[in-house]
Write a protein that binds this ligand. Structure first.
Ligand code: ZN
Ligand code: ZN
Length: 272
């Protein structure tokens, strides 16, 4: 997964520089610097977490249902299945407070440019993103193959973080595009919790979360009632701190579980 990202890094950088050269007004120095720091710390955390996760995956792989041969068709199924699981991981990240604590980082910028794709939390391994890929390992796909496919899926998503393209006929029926993903980053009432797709748009269409970008509703990027923290350390930690405070304050176990795994609670807007 990390190797896929590292191999694509020069391409990412070239495209980002092009966008900055073409549309400098879409970038702000501090925002982009934070995005790059968040990308680096995310990659580092992912690499370290593999030391624990890979052995666990190989243990689970010993109890696999099938021995899956690496035929082109099985590989295609692996891409589709991983993308399906990604949809549910992403949807859960918006609906479960525990997972939102990591995912909120990706949504906290009021800007949208290619560097926004890099805005990721180093706490994803603790939140348990990897758990969502475990069904593939259990079915019989090799853990390293699964992680490579996760990397390719995330790699595709770099390209949907831009304000540069309008709709792409036919393609945008089936696939995630910048227009669809701009909607996902919007805090306008019509756009909240829509378009969770990674690569294939069909999941949103099937499960009722699809929303096209409307010409008369320009996307307002960011999180409702939320002011972007200035420091990256606050970006990755503030929602966890809030989760902790709310869990402690909850009067009984049932209420504590609701705080942890119920819908995300939004803390009052304040700056650090
Ligand atoms: Zn999201
Ligand atoms: Zn995004």
């Amino acid at each position: 997964m990390e190797y896929v990202q590292l191999a694509l890094a020069p391409l990412y950088l070239a495209i980002m520089l092009w966008e900055y050269w073409r549309y400098p007004q879409r970038y702000q120095g501090r925002d982009s610097l934070n995005n790059l720091i968040l990308a680096g710390t995310f990659q580092l955390a992912e690499m370290l977490s593999l030391l624990a996760i890979l052995p666990l995956f190989y243990l689970l792989h010993q109890y696999r249902l099938w021995d899956i041969e690496l035929t082109p068709l099985n590989l295609l199924w692996a891409f589709v299945l991983q993308d399906f699981l990604y949809y549910w991981f992403h949807r859960a990240s918006h609906k479960v407070h525990w997972l939102w604590c990591a995912h909120v980082v990706h949504h906290s910028s009021p800007l949208m440019n290619f560097s926004t794709a890099f805005r990721q939390s180093l706490f994803y391994p603790i939140a348990g993103m990897w758990l969502f890929w475990s069904p593939m390992v259990w079915l019989g796909y090799d853990p390293k193959l699964v992680l490579a496919i996760v990397g390719l899926n995330l790699g595709y998503q770099f390209f949907v973080h831009t304000r540069s393209t309008a709709g792409i006929p036919v393609f945008d029926y089936w696939f995630n595009t910048p227009s669809h993903h701009r909607v996902h980053h919007g805090r306008n009432p019509q756009y909240i919790d829509k378009n969770f797709a990674g690569v294939l748009m069909i999941w949103d269409r099937m499960f009722g979360t699809f929303q096209p970008e409307l010409a008369k509703v320009p996307v307002d990027f960011g999180v409702v009632g939320f002011m972007e923290p200035k420091r990256w350390t606050v970006m990755v930690s503030h929602q966890w701190r809030y989760l902790w405070q709310q869990t402690i304050a909850a009067p009984n176990w049932r209420a504590k579980l609701r705080v942890l795994f119920g819908p995300p609670l939004h803390q009052p807007a304040k700056n650090d």
